[in-house]
Design a binder for this molecule. Structure first.
Ligand SMILES: [Mg+2]
Length: 136
């Protein structure tokens, strides 16, 4: 369960976000203040998979209960603001653990983001965005 799970006042939340410019590294620094577990890597990796599962669970329920058409490019228009916000909170939980894992292995989030964009750009230039394999 995320820190804002059960958050009941969307207007108050909307006022909270967007007030401060937040870089990825700024986020990582702030998020590290909330790390309470002992040790490194294992706990946040388990947390990451758990939170990714919560994202999948929310999407599953959109499919099962709300019959959202996921094949539409503009399917986001089928989501209510509350549904989108609930997914956004789960993505934040995923981000928290990604930040923690990155810190554990000595990387900043901006380094991780830069490495990923570089990898994707390279694949795009080699026309290798689709397919499989970590090192394609
Ligand atoms: Mg969560």
């Amino acid at each position: 369960m995320g820190a804002f799970e059960g958050f009941t006042d969307p207007e108050m939340f909307d006022e909270m976000i967007g007030h401060d410019e937040l870089t990825l590294d700024g986020y990582q620094d702030k998020a590290s203040e909330f790390i309470f577990y002992k040790g490194s890597l294992l706990y946040p990796t388990l947390g990451l998979t758990g939170e990714a599962g919560e994202v999948a669970e929310k999407v599953k329920k959109l499919y099962r209960d709300d019959e959202v058409n996921f094949m539409r490019d503009d399917m986001v228009e089928e989501l209510s603001p509350e549904q989108a916000r609930n997914l956004a909170f789960e993505l934040g939980d995923v981000m928290f653990y990604i930040a923690a894992i990155a810190g554990d292995i000595g990387y900043s989030l901006e380094e991780i983001a830069d490495m990923n964009i570089s990898k994707l750009t390279d694949r795009q230039h080699r026309n290798a965005l689709s397919g499989s394999g970590d090192h394609r």
